[in-house]
Design a protein around this ligand. Structure first.
Ligand code: NI
Length: 169
C-alpha cells in the first residue's frame, strides 16, 4: 500500500467532473486500498477520487470515531437520488481545503444509490453526519468543494488568504 498525495485548493483538478467507473478490476482495488491508507493517515473521514488526481467516480468514508473499529465504506458511482430537510453542518472541513472550516447548509436526509467495491448495487438512506459526509464527498466527484456552498464574501476571504500564502512560498 502507499500514501497518495492529496491535491489542495487551488489545484484545478479538483474541479474535474468524474466519469463513471466501468469496471472494478484489481488495479482499482489497489487504488481503493491506497486511498484508504491515505485517508486514515491524514486523518480524514472521507476521500474522493478527484482529491488524489483520479477522474473516476468513487469515494471512501469512515465516520466511526477513531477509537472504534474501522468501518470503511467504498462507494462506486454514487448518486444522490433524493434529498430532504435541512441541517447545518458545523465547522465542515476538507483535506483539500487546508486550515479552513465553515458552517455549510446540507440536506438532512438523502437517498443514495451506488455500488460497493465488489460491484454489488446499494440503495440506502443516510441522515445527520452520514448524510453530510456523503454530500461533501459526492460534491467532490462533481468538481465542487465545500467552499462553493459558503457566502461569496467568506469564499473571497479564504481565496485571498491562500493567494497570499502562495506568494510567500
Ligand atoms: Ni473534502
Amino acid at each position: 500500500m502507499a500514501i497518495l498525495d492529496i491535491l489542495t485548493y487551488p489545484d484545478q483538478f479538483l474541479e474535474t467532473i468524474t466519469k463513471p467507473v466501468k469496471e472494478i478490476d484489481g488495479k482499482l482495488q489497489e487504488v481503493f486500498n491506497n486511498m484508504a491508507e491515505t485517508m486514515y493517515a491524514a486523518p480524514g473521514i472521507g476521500l474522493a477520487a478527484t482529491q488524489v488526481g483520479i477522474d473516476q467516480s468513487f469515494l471512501l468514508y469512515d465516520i466511526a470515531p477513531q477509537d472504534e473499529t474501522r468501518a470503511l465504506n467504498i462507494l462506486v458511482n454514487p448518486v444522490i437520488v433524493s434529498k430532504e430537510g435541512e441541517i447545518l453542518s458545523e465547522n465542515e472541513g476538507c483535506l483539500s481545503v487546508p486550515d479552513y472550516r465553515a458552517d455549510v447548509k446540507r440536506a438532512e436526509r438523502i437517498l443514495v444509490e451506488a455500488y460497493d467495491r465488489d460491484g454489488n448495487p446499494l440503495r440506502f438512506e443516510a441522515e445527520g453526519i452520514h448524510a453530510i459526509v456523503l454530500q461533501h464527498e459526492i460534491d467532490h466527484l462533481n468538481g465542487t468543494l465545500f467552499i462553493e456552498h459558503i457566502s461569496r464574501l467568506k469564499r473571497q476571504m479564504y481565496k485571498r488568504k491562500i493567494q497570499k500564502r502562495l506568494r510567500r512560498e
